[in-house]
Design a protein around this ligand. Structure first.
Ligand SMILES: *[C@@H]1O[C@H](CO)[C@@H](O)[C@H](O)[C@H]1NC(C)=O
Ligand SMILES: *[C@@H]1O[C@H](CO)[C@@H](O)[C@H](O)[C@H]1NC(C)=O
Length: 489
């Protein structure tokens, strides 16, 4: 799972990788595109959307289809074309939901400003969970090749959209509580503790090690993250998240991030304020001791880590000999109580006095999951690989829990351009989430864990809620054939 590249290597890499064509690589770095963003919308309702009012002023690419059918996504590149300094270009389009009992519509807006921001304004009688009539939703701006997305899912009176509630699990429990974990989808953040870098390892720097913008509280809150990818490294007598890898001839390179204790405190603060959610601390098996040549944790150190993790509140007692992924969600949080699980890999079981299910510690033995990391630095290759893997492993909806890693990985040549940080590289992952990713899903084929870098706003959460509502719970109609409505009855 090595994905780091480092500044020190850049110089030698320049020499070695003579084949890299700088102009080709810079491709869309043209400043002309600095104000451009992709906008994606998903119709996860049984109602066809009909285009109404449309207007644009000094914006090109603002070409919306007359209709967007149930199940469909649509995406365009909004391009501001009025010179570099003027900020008053703008564009809007209305869509009306056909066949609802009351008139409902929304407007997608590309608002003036610097940069322009994308908003969605609800009109007429449209309201969604957590969002009143007339509410306005800021999707933000993610420079091309990045983009923003809007989803409307469900039926009249039971709509889900962007800006869902913080306590999204508790609030959707009546709809999804009966569904086993292996048929639900949960948002997962890649290297949850790498929203800050506190100290370099070798020549690592923030641009090639940080994977997150938002701190853990906001990842859990607005971001809706419920599975935390945590890599614990022992350093100066305590455990920290780290993002590092061994580079031949140069030793370990990377950075230390948040403290594991600090992350536990944040999760405890969150569960105290927002009870009733299921949170999984997914400890990566690559745990090492930085003070001891980055050797893997030994027996004693593993025991120390287990002791620390027992500071997590609301760990739920579970059996060691059942497949917990077959348990419905309500069996974990059905009483409005929080449930926290600590997940480790099976390879750790013989080490360090594993506390076991009684203490809320599980392993692949009673909580099996798998997934695949693509190691692709190009979005199209990542998409092709992830979708192929998803289809071949999720042969039906109750297959073993599958983790889709919707992330783009830096390769050595990417670091020649120092502005290609991990987070910027992941802009197109966010763009494609509301288009190619959604288009590939059906009620039998969808990931259980959706892992992203740079969790920001709530577009990952909103999409996962739509997957759960429409594909897992089958409550949005057939969506143009995505969902088998016979099975829904
Ligand atoms: C919910 O409450 C019932 C009755 O108090 C209890 O038996 C059950 O174990 C609780 N379930 C959870 C998930 O806490
Ligand atoms: C739809 O679901 C029904 C009931 O579960 C099943 O018998 C049928 O084979 C499914 N159809 C398809 C096309 O999968």
């Amino acid at each position: 799972m090595v994905r780091l590249s480092l500044a020190a290597l850049a110089i030698s890499a320049l020499a070695v990788l003579g084949a890299v064509n700088p102009l080709e690589h810079r491709g869309n770095k043209d400043p002309l595109h600095d104000e451009d963003t992709y906008i994606g919308v998903i119709n996860a309702t049984p109602y066809r959307w009909a285009r109404g009012y449309i207007n644009r002023y000094q914006v090109s690419g603002w070409v919306w289809p007359e209709y967007i059918d149930p199940g469909e996504s649509f995406q365009l590149l909004a391009e501001r074309r009025n010179g570099f300094f003027s900020q008053d270009s703008a564009a809007e389009v209305d869509y009306h939901l056909e066949g609802t009992s009351k008139p409902m519509s929304f407007q997608v807006q590309y608002r003036k400003g610097y940069p322009h921001k994308v908003w969605v304004a609800f009109k007429e009688e449209l309201e969604t969970m957590n969002n009143r009539k007339g509410s306005q939703h800021k999707l933000g701006f993610l420079r091309m090749p990045g983009g923003v997305g809007f989803v409307l899912a469900g039926t009249e009176g039971h709509f889900i959209s962007n800006d869902p509630p913080i306590t999204w699990m508790r609030d959707t429990l009546p709809d999804i509580g009966h569904i086993p974990l292996r048929e639900l989808s949960l948002p997962r953040s890649h290297h949850a503790g790498m929203w800050k870098g506190v100290a370099p390892i070798g020549a690592g720097c923030t641009s090639n090690t940080l994977t997150q913008d938002d701190d853990l509280y906001n990842q859990l809150g607005n971001g809706g993250i419920r599975v935390l990818d945590v890599r614990a490294t022992k350093w100066h007598g305590h455990f920290r998240e780290s993002h590092a890898s061994e580079v031949k001839g140069l030793g370990w390179q990377g950075m230390f991030g948040a403290g594991v204790h600090e992350m536990i405190d944040i999760v405890n603060d969150f569960t105290a304020e927002y009870p009733g959610e299921l949170i999984i601390f997914d400890i990566h098996e690559e745990a090492r001791n930085a003070d001891d040549r980055f050797d893997k944790l030994d027996e004693l150190e593993t025991a120390e880590l287990y002791e620390l993790l027992q500071l997590l509140n609301h760990r739920i007692s579970v059996p060691d000999n059942e497949d917990l992924t077959k348990w419905p969600l309500e069996r974990f949080i059905g009483n409005g109580t929080t449930a926290v699980l600590v997940h480790i890999k099976k390879s750790w079981l013989p080490l360090g006095g594993f506390p076991g299910g009684e203490e809320g510690f599980v392993s692949n033995k009673n909580f099996p999951f798998w997934g695949r990391w693509s190691d692709k630095n190009h979005v199209d290759e990542m998409i092709a690989d992830q979708l192929e893997q998803l289809r071949s492993h999720q042969t039906h909806r109750n297959s073993k829990v599958w983790n889709t890693e919707w992330t783009i990985t830096q390769h050595t040549e990417d670091i020649i351009w120092p502005d290609e940080s991990i987070m910027k590289m992941n802009w197109p992952a966010w763009r494609s989430l509301y288009h190619e990713f959604w288009d590939a899903l059906t009620d039998e084929v969808y990931p259980n864990w959706l892992t992203m870098d740079k969790v920001h706003h709530n577009q990952q959460k909103a999409l996962v809620m739509a997957i759960n509502h429409c594909l897992a719970a089958r409550k949005c109609g057939s969506l143009g054939g995505k969902v088998n409505m016979t099975a829904a009855e």
